[in-house]
Design a protein around this ligand. Sequence first.
Ligand SMILES: Cc1cc2nc3c(=O)[nH]c(=O)nc-3n(C[C@H](O)[C@H](O)[C@H](O)COP(=O)(O)OP(=O)(O)OC[C@H]3O[C@@H](n4cnc5c(N)ncnc54)[C@H](O)[C@@H]3O)c2cc1C
Length: 328
Amino acid sequence: MSEILLLVEAKDGILDKKTLELMRGAKGLGSQLGVEANAVVVGSQTAQLAESAASFGLDKVYRLEHPLLEGFNADAWVGGLEWLCGQVKPGIFLMSHSFVGKEVGPRLACRLNTGLTTDCLNLRVDPEDGLLVRTKPIYGGNAIATVKCEGVPQMVTVRKNAFEPIDEAQTRSAIVDMAPGIAESSIRVKTIQTVEQEVVELDKANVVISGGRGIEAKEDFEMLEALAAALSGSHGNVMVGCSRPVVDKCWMSSDRQVGLTGTIISPDAYIAVGISGAIQHLVGMIRSKKIVAINTDPGCNMFKVADYGVVGDYRDIVPALVKKLEER
Ligand SMILES: Cc1cc2nc3c(=O)[nH]c(=O)nc-3n(C[C@H](O)[C@H](O)[C@H](O)COP(=O)(O)OP(=O)(O)OC[C@H]3O[C@@H](n4cnc5c(N)ncnc54)[C@H](O)[C@@H]3O)c2cc1C
C-alpha cells in the first residue's frame, strides 16, 4: 500500500479541529500499515497554512497551489486533487465529513473510479487483507454498518470527534510544492459570494424549541422566540429550531434544522411545536433529556417519545405558556 493522504481544511488560516482529528487517525493507520501519513493543503497562497500543518509530525505536507484554487471552488478543488492523486497515488484518502468533504468526496471518487464511504465513525485496518474497515451509522443512526471497499484509493469522509485532535510534534513534516494544471474552462462556478450570517450552533443550546409544518405562518415563529426569551432567564441558552418543511419553505436557514440531515442535538429540554415525529426528525432530538410536545393530533408520533404532551393549538398553548413564565 502506498501513502495515506488527508485533505486539510482551515478557516481564516487556522486549521480546523476536524483536520487535527484526521491527522491523528491518519498517523495511526500509517503506523499500522507501515506507510507515510501525508496531508494536502489546497489554495492559492498556502505557505503559512502549510507551515502550520507541518507542525504535527506527519511525513509530508503537499502544497497544492494554483490561483484558481483560492477560496473553495469545488470544480477547481476536485480537478486539483484528481491531479495530485494521479501524481502521488495514495492508498487511502481521508476527508472530514464537512461541507468541503461532502462536496469534494463523491465527485473525486467518481473521477478516480473508486468507492467512497461517508460519515465514518471509526476506521481500522483489517490485518488479513490490509483493507480499511469503516463503521458508519445507517437507518438514521439505528444501526451501525461495517464497510470494506476494494477501490483505490480507499476514500472516506470521517465524522467529527471520531479521533482525538493530534498534538503538536517535535518533528516537522517536509513541505512539498505541487503545481497542478487546472483548465479555467473546467470550472463552471465563476464567482463565489460569501454571505455573512449569524452562526447558529443548535447543539450548544440548553433548550431547543422547534416549530414544524404545523406552524401556519412564518410570523408565528415569533411566538416561539417569545417562549425562548421567557425561558432563557432560568434555562440558559435557549434557541429556536425547526423541522425540515420549515427550511424547505425558506422560513429558516438549514443550520436550524433538527434531524438526520440537520443537526443532531441532546439539550436538557426539547419542545416540539407542530411537529409530527417522523423518524428523520426523531433521530436528531431523541437524546434530549426531557421532551415536550405541543400538537393538535393526540395520535402523533411525537407524543410517543415525549415526557410531557399538550394536545392543542400552538396559537393557544404557546402564548399561555409565555404568560405563565412571565408571571413567575
Ligand atoms: C432522507 C430524508 C431526510 C430527512 N431529514 C429530515 C431532518 O433532518 N429533519 C426533519 O425534520 N425532517 C427530515 N425529513 C423529513 C421527514 O420525513 C418529515 O417529512 C418531516 O420531519 C415532517 O416535518 P413536520 O413534523 O414538521 O411536518 P408534519 O409531518 O406535516 O407534521 C405537522 C404536525 O403539526 C401538527 N399541527 C398542525 N396544526 C397544528 C397546530 N395549529 N398546533 C399544533 N400542532 C399542529 C399536525 O398534527 C402534525 O403532527 C427527511 C426526509 C428524508 C426522506
